[in-house]
Design a protein around this ligand. Structure first.
Ligand code: NAD
Ligand code: UGA
Length: 462
């Protein structure tokens, strides 16, 4: 193992989650000259990062971590020591929606983030660069500076905003080849110097024209608004899916037709059961809260409607199942194929599958939940529901004796199942609700299924 002195810089990341772990693994892989340490208060998480079974599933991550771990990538619970040794500290702790007090249900809960700032202050004896990696409300850097500079000004902390744009399921690819890296700083001499230091880290593998520099507030706000724009596209296409279902227009054809306009573009136009994930909803609600706090109520209402539409889309899916299955699912077995909020991740935070499964169980259905990577999280999400749910990884077993299948995650394996075999094992009439539009609907109909997709006219045998 190389000694500490041989490293050019010590980089620390506080928060070993979906962002901290992969992001630091990439920096370590691309910058062998730096020592990269990731710390967390969660001992179990850290021991998993140090084991053969990482705490998160992400394609390509095992290889990345294994190659750098013990060389220049370290996972530890020694937060104070980590802070003392670090030149650059990334803060990547969670910033969930506040559940209490002022701004409950909307504002970002900054308690974890603030604890970190105080801990950095308490354990620093020299100048450091602090990088906001977490997604934070615009102007948070100001609060961070206030806390860090409450030491009487002997140590200089330069606060940068470097939001992360990776998407789960493609994190390694996104980190290796990002559309852009955004770095915001104060535009003072010290601010610009710190900005350059961080640019130099990324420049080890990211082309200069993809490293965007800005003032610190623009960087903070750009992160919230990038997520708001992405989510808005999903809500826009989902709103039209409802119109397609009653007019016999096909949402895939509409999406293709509008997406070929280069001004619109073809990405994020896949109609679905709804968007999930830990960030879209929380970040939009945070944006809404910020707008309201500045008295910009029309702007707040505009963005709020993106979230409302998404909730409606999830609700509509359950109601659609219910009304098409003769207005009752009580006592009927339903196989939910896919519980993760998107494919290639085990993450289930804000997954539409949570709402839909709960909705079906409330209607007294017996739900068999299946997923190749997310069953551990699914069990946790549904642990308060004692009856009406079984967790079965094998999709064939989950569908046996079922009245209906609901596909809620676009896992590749679900495209390739033997649906004739599944149909034969189900109760008739057999229903399939494709919440991701990934199946061959005509083929399913010909097998005998009654097929309901998002944004398409149903294919029914009655
Ligand atoms: P996460 O919950 O997976 O990880 C956060 C980690 O921080 C947890 O392991 C927690 O134990 C740790 N932590 C909390 N307080 C701490 C403290 N005081 N000291 C040390 N560790 C502490 O969250 P995440 O998904 O990695 O998200 C982190 C931030 O990044 C959020 O602001 C999120 O909005 C943003 N973000 C997330 C994604 C994503 O894909 N998940 C993408 C871009 C940005
Ligand atoms: C999203 C952003 O894409 C990232 O850039 C951002 O860094 C991240 O949020 C974050 O801040 O956490 P993520 O939530 O991991 O990433 O996944 P997405 O690919 O954006 O998908 C979000 C949800 O929208 C999923 O449920 C997905 O199935 C759904 N979606 C996406 C659709 O329904 N249709 C689409 O066309 C695209």
């Amino acid at each position: 193992m190389r000694s500490k002195m041989t490293f050019k810089k010590n980089i620390l990341c506080i928060g070993a989650g979906y962002v901290g772990g992969p992001t630091m693994a990439m920096i370590a892989a691309k910058c062998p000259q730096y020592k990269v340490t990731v710390v967390d208060i969660n001992e179990k998480r850290i021991s998993e990062w140090n084991s053969g079974r990482l705490p998160i599933y992400e394609p390509g991550l095992d290889e990345l971590v294994t190659a750098a771990r013990g060389r220049n990538l370290f996972f530890s619970t020694e937060i104070e020591k980590g802070i003392r040794d670090a030149d650059i500290i990334f803060v990547s702790v969670n910033t969930p929606t506040k559940t209490f007090g002022q701004g409950a249900g909307m504002a970002a809960d900054l308690q974890y983030w603030e604890k970190t700032a105080r801990q950095i202050l308490a354990n620093s004896d020299r100048d450091k660069i602090i990088v906001e990696k977490s997604t934070l409300p615009v102007r948070t850097a100001k609060a961070m500076e206030r806390i860090l500079n409450s030491n009487g000004g002997t140590i200089n902390f330069e606060v940068l905003s470097n939001p992360e744009f990776l998407a789960e399921g493609s994190a390694v690819k996104d980190l290796e080849n990002p559309d852009r890296v955004l770095i915001g700083s104060r535009e003072t001499k010290e601010g610009l110097k710190a900005r350059k230091e961080l640019v130099d880290v990324y420049a080890n593998w990211v082309a200069h024209e993809r490293i965007i520099e800005s003032n610190v507030w623009s960087a903070e706000l750009s992160k919230l608004t990038a997520n708001a724009f992405l989510a808005q596209r999903v809500s826009s296409i989902n709103s039209l899916s409802a119109l397609c279902e009653v007019t016999e227009a096909d949402i895939n054809e509409v999406a293709y037709a509008i997406g070929t306009d280069s001004r619109i573009g073809n990405k994020f136009l896949k109609a679905s059961v709804g968007f999930g994930g830990s960030c879209f909803k929380k970040d939009i609600l945070n944006l809404v809260y910020i707008c309201k706090s500045y008295g910009l109520n029309e702007v707040a209402d505009y963005w709020d409607s993106v979230v409302r539409l998404n909730e409606w889309q999830e609700k509509r899916f359950v109601l659609n199942m219910l009304s098409n299955m003769f207005n009752t699912v009580a006592g009927k077995k339903i196989a939910v194929l896919g519980f993760a909020f998107k494919a290639n991740t085990g993450d289930t935070r804000e997954s539409p599958a949570i709402y839909i499964t709960r909705g079906l169980v409330e209607e007294r259905a017996q739900v068999n939940v299946s997923d190749p990577k997310a069953l551990v999280n699914a069990r946790e999400d549904l642990k308060d529901m004692r009856e009406g749910i079984e967790f079965i990884e094998d999709p064939y077993k989950a569908s046996e004796g079922a009245h209906a299948i609901a596909v809620l995650t676009e896992w590749d394996i679900y495209r390739k199942l033997d649906y004739k075999r599944i149909f034969d094992s189900m109760v008739k009439p057999a229903f399939i609700f494709d919440g991701r539009n990934i199946l061959n609907h005509r083929e399913l109909f010909d097998i005998g299924f009654n097929v309901f997709a998002i944004g398409k006219a149903p294919l029914k045998h009655f």
